[in-house]
Design a protein around this ligand. Structure first.
Ligand SMILES: *Cc1c(COP(=O)(O)O)cnc(C)c1O
Length: 431
């Protein structure tokens, strides 16, 4: 299966119809729990010797499992855990790597809720952040690493500036320090970029966005590359003895590392964070997300083409001060290296106008929908400073040229001429 190509795998990976009454579509197992059969089977499940068994949908569900397996294959990882939202994926990944105290390096130029969590909430759990402003200032990033730094966290394509990260160079810096690189790869999705191909260790996704692509489900995924050495002394949570992994009767103990090896990180996410913190994805949501993944390639290919055309159009509009879309920068080496199929369907632009004129654009679009989301088949528009990035302090926003005049677009599957005409008339009316 793994030797097949992306377009085949997005339809078939991680699911065997023969195991499900030959249903070609992954069925919705809308149940909270599963029968244990007889007491012998129940004992085998409890001992972990019957690993394909399902018991309770907080710990595992066949519909959700198919989505996890499909994403793991598409992303090139050893396994994945699906969760209730992208924020749950980010929270669990960072807690799992740095719980009990430690530092994490992250850029300031990230999704508003992520920045808010890193600045104001995770420090209350003993996880401190060292922020950097420029994702491409590798020397500055390297200089921030301390003895108790546990990970480097980045977005592959920043929201909404679309600045692109040098994943391979950042992975090398992380590995030289014995820590993993964690990548929020939400904007590109595995179709446009697979960070594991360049040495990243953990990917997190808001599958609310381009993976599902239909704007109908909030969900998230954590994918593990399975290559990081959790045994290097920096991550005692991976090597300490765990009661639930051992065998009480035989007085045997085990750690996540000794029991799961390359899958230690993702197994710990499932058995600690998903099982005990409990932000599960529902079977119905997994079913919808799987339907979205079935046409991810066609969706994103068309969306990328339309986004390039719209970015190019905006550069010609005299009321537009600046267009932020690294996908049309012909001399951008990082875009060429990491995003041969395009950087994605999100762009932003700064209007050369007043706050009232920005509001007028929002009030006059009718093909675009004014709402705070991205990666939908419908085209969306939003004013980040007032909505998606309001948690970002002004000093940080201004460093990244994110002012009141910036509008973010997420391009869907409408006719690109209608989208351009819609922007054109809305901007004309504002002036
Ligand atoms: C939306 C988003 C998130 C948060 O995901 P939710 O599914 O809304 O919790 C995280 N990172 C990025 C880049 C996003 O766009």
């Amino acid at each position: 299966m793994e030797s097949e190509h992306f377009d085949t795998l997005r339809l078939h990976a991680g699911y065997e119809p023969a195991d499900h009454l030959q249903s070609p579509i992954v069925p919705i197992y809308q149940t909270a729990a599963f029968g244990l059969g007889d007491t012998q089977t129940a004992a085998a499940i409890a001992a972990g010797t019957k690993s394909d068994a399902y018991t309770y949908s907080r710990v595992g569900n066949p519909t959700v499992r198919a989505f996890e397996k499909r994403l793991a294959v598409l992303d090139g990882g050893v396994d994945a855990v699906a969760v209730g939202s992208g924020m749950a994926a980010i929270s669990y990944a960072l807690l799992n790597v740095a719980e009990g105290g430690g530092r994490v390096l992250a850029p300031t130029n990230i999704y508003g809720a992520s920045l808010d969590e890193f600045r104001t909430l995770l420090p209350k759990f003993g996880i401190e952040f060292d922020f950097f402003d420029d994702i491409n200032d590798l020397a500055a990033i390297k200089s921030l690493i301390q003895a108790d730094t546990k990970a480097i966290y980045i977005e592959s394509v920043a929201n909404p500036s679309t600045e692109v990260a040098d994943i391979e160079a950042l992975a090398q810096i992380a590995h030289a320090a014995g820590i993993p690189l964690i990548v929020d790869n939400t904007f590109p999705t595995p179709y446009l970029c697979r960070p594991f191909d360049f040495g990243a260790d953990i990917d997190v996704y808001s599958s609310t966005k381009g993976i599902n692509g239909h704007g109908n489900v909030v969900s998230g995924v954590i994918v593990d590359h399975g290559k990081f050495d959790w045994h290097n002394g920096k991550f005692p949570q991976m090597t300490e003895s765990e009661f639930i992994l051992g065998n009480e009767a035989k007085q045997q103990t085990a750690s996540f590392y000794s029991k799961f090896g390359a899958k230690a990180f993702i197994s710990r996410i499932r058995m600690k964070y998903l099982r005990l913190f409990g932000a599960v994805m529902s079977p119905f949501d997994a079913y919808l997300a799987l339907l979205g993944v079935e046409k991810i390639s066609e969706r994103l290919s068309k969306e990328v083409q339309s986004t390039k055309a719209i970015a190019t159009y905006l550069t010609t509009n005299s009321h537009v001060e600046h267009v932020y879309y690294s996908g049309i920068e012909a001399d951008n080496k990082l875009v060429k290296k990491y995003f041969p199929r395009g950087i994605g369907a999100i762009l932003s632009f700064e209007l050369a106008g007043t706050e009232q004129q920005v509001a007028a654009v929002l009030d006059h679009v009718h093909v675009f929908t004014y709402l705070p989301n991205v990666g939908d088949v419908r085209s969306l528009i939003v004013n980040p400073v007032k909505v998606t990035h309001r948690e970002m302090p002004q000093a940080i926003r201004l460093k990244h040229k994110l002012n009141q005049q910036v509008l973010r677009l997420s391009i869907g599957l409408e006719d690109v001429n209608d989208l351009i005409a819609d922007l054109d008339q809305a901007i004309a009316q504002a002036f």
